[in-house]
Design a protein around this ligand. Sequence first.
Ligand code: GTP
Length: 234
Amino acid sequence: MKTEDKNIPKVRLAVIGKANVGKSALTVRYLTRRFIGEYRSNTDLLYRQTLTVNNSALEVEIVDVCSCDLSLFPEEAIYWADACVVVYDITNRTSMTHAAELLQRVLQLRSQMPIVLLGNKADLEHLRQVDEVEGRTLAIQHNSQFHEVSVAENSPAIYTAIDSVLNECRSVQNTQKTRKFSVSKMIGTLIGNANGKVVPNTNQGGTVVVCHKSDLYKSRVLRRRQNFTATASL
Ligand SMILES: Nc1nc2c(ncn2[C@@H]2O[C@H](COP(=O)(O)OP(=O)(O)OP(=O)(O)O)[C@@H](O)[C@H]2O)c(=O)[nH]1
């Protein structure tokens, strides 16, 4: 499948969180259904893949933000993204504190941004340091979705959470397109050019490209974008 089809809506996702919480494992799991146990990188990685979400094609770009320097907030990635996944590790309280700080900063920069908070490593119950209710409360305080997941054990919530946030972004984009159309139609009417020629086809949702399974599970880091170094392929 062509990955640059302009008719396919595009959604950009930033995955952020403290080091070692499982951001890379989560990104790779979501895109490929595979679990990569040891994944070391000292750079942001940008993945792009065309997926089928809610029965229609969506070009998804995910930046897996490197947490090499925790003092640096990933501002560029947050401005770039349409939505954000904040990850903490339920066996590491500091990662939860860091997630709380990230949520606050994200909403300062992008108050309307759809966010999902994920408490990862739920399979390590015996090492738990953060109760589920704490994660849930934090999410409610920041108007975001919340799930505890285990990337290692392939929790279904990984897919429902990310699909849902992608869908939310697509709905927002569709609404914005409809609004733009309404404004141009109104201007067209005002200047007497409402003969139909200037009326675009607003049925964006009608352009559906069905992904083949082989394409869905192939993922490749495609290119360099600003500071995101694209280096790996899955
Ligand atoms: N038990 C368990 N281990 C996990 C899970 N998810 C990830 N890990 C492990 O946690 C470690 C860190 O995972 P990464 O995906 O590299 O974490 P990261 O957040 O990308 O780390 P940085 O690249 O340092 O920012 C690895 O050893 C993974 O195998 C999980 O759900 N359960």
